[in-house]
Design a protein around this ligand. Structure first.
Ligand code: PHE
Length: 356
């Protein structure tokens, strides 16, 4: 180890360190630089430490002189370090704040509420009217089998609806009978199979038919099925229920017309039309100038259908109806082309914000 420095050497070192330190601190451009400078000035091996350690070996009066100078230099450097560190810290803070800055005077961004699809709006309205009448809502599978979709509904094997021209069959190995349901009526069967009478249900859902895509038709559309089976249900109950439903959905001053129709799973069968709610019945494009709009097929549940699910047709009677609501939604909202319902074009959908 070399000999301790003399007091002159120490004083010279202190001057050099003061100058070097002030320069280092001034040039520090980050808090880390300041910390490096501090280590370099006051670390255990720094010249400053050597001077401090040598103080003890100096004669008394020199020790006081050099000691005093040591304190001065230390104080000045520490003050410079503290000051520089604070300046850099506040600079850093300002920069961070600047990055995160929020201009509270800017106009706010409007929260988009989103919207229900027009089909959902109409479906909810339909279902809501029936639930108020005491009906339950049930949903069923879109992939069905021939028995539920046709046979149990008394639709004979040679019925044209069963051909591949009309119905979409699925080719699933081991399940030759699977198809996409062509109506919601198979849920009549499933509901009655699952529980004993009385039964009051509505069934909204997608149905599938092998149709070309046009402005008016899609191979996928929507129906709501209704089924009421109980003791003593009569044809007049069907008429009253459907009439009050249609007036509630489409307008109290509507005229409702019931005409005979045929479906293999009802007897007698009927069709319900309403006076055109666009022109009031005088004839317009919407009603194809006939003044009436078809709304649904309906009828009294065929005794053979009741037998197929194990209900006793001598004790129970019921009615069923099935209505497509894509067209209702189109008329209601003035939608000219059914394909728009499937395009998910935001410019179309956002027009329904707040509706429903
Ligand atoms: N399922 C029939 C159809 O899709 C409608 C219907 C339902 C008719 C219930 C009568 C009773 O056309």
């Amino acid at each position: 180890m070399s000999a301790p420095p003399s007091s002159d050497e120490s004083l010279a070192t202190l001057d050099r360190e003061l100058a070097r330190g002030l320069d280092l601190v001034a040039r520090a451009s980050s808090v880390e630089d300041v910390e490096d400078a501090q280590t370099s000035l006051f670390g255990r091996k720094a010249p400053f430490a050597v001077v401090e350690r040598a103080l003890g070996s100096l004669p008394e009066d020199e020790r006081r002189r050099v000691g005093q100078r040591t304190n001065e230099v230390r104080a000045r450097l520490k003050a410079a370090i503290t000051e520089r560190r604070q300046a850099l810290e506040s600079e850093r803070e300002t920069a961070v704040l600047e990055l995160d800055r929020i201009d509270v005077t800017l106009p706010g961004r409007r929260l988009r509420a989103g919207s229900l699809h027009p089909l959902t709006i109409v479906q909810q309205e339909i279902v809501e009217i029936f639930t108020r009448m005491g009906y339950r809502v049930v949903e069923g599978p879109e992939v069905e089998d021939e028995w539920h979709n046709f046979d149990a509904l008394n639709i004979q094997p040679d019925h044209p609806a069963r051909t591949m021209m009309d119905t979409t069959y699925l080719s699933v190995p081991g399940h030759p009978e699977l198809l996409l349901r062509a109506h919601t009526s198979p849920m009549q069967i499933r509901t009655m199979q699952a529980e004993p009478p009385p039964v009051y249900v509505v069934v909204p859902g997608r149905v599938f038919r092998n149709e070309a895509i046009t402005a008016k038709n899609m191979p996928v559309f929507h129906q709501v099925e209704g089924l009421a089976v109980d003791k003593g249900i009569r044809f007049s109950d069907l008429k009253g229920t459907v009439e009050s439903f249609l007036r509630e959905l489409l307008g109290a001053d509507l005229r409702v017309r019931m005409t005979p129709s045929f479906f293999p799973f009802v007897e007698p069968g009927a069709q319900f039309d309403v006076s055109c709610f666009v022109c009031g019945g005088s004839g317009c494009k919407t009603c194809a100038f006939v003044g009436w709009i078809e709304t649904m097929g309906a009828g009294m549940v065929h005794p053979r259908v009741l037998e197929n699910v194990g209900y006793n047709p001598e004790r129970y009677t019921g009615f069923a109806f099935g209505m497509g609501y894509d067209r209702l939604a189109m008329i209601r909202f003035g939608i000219p082309d059914i394909r728009i319902l499937w395009e998910s074009d935001v410019r179309f959908l956002e027009q329904f914000e707040g509706v429903g």
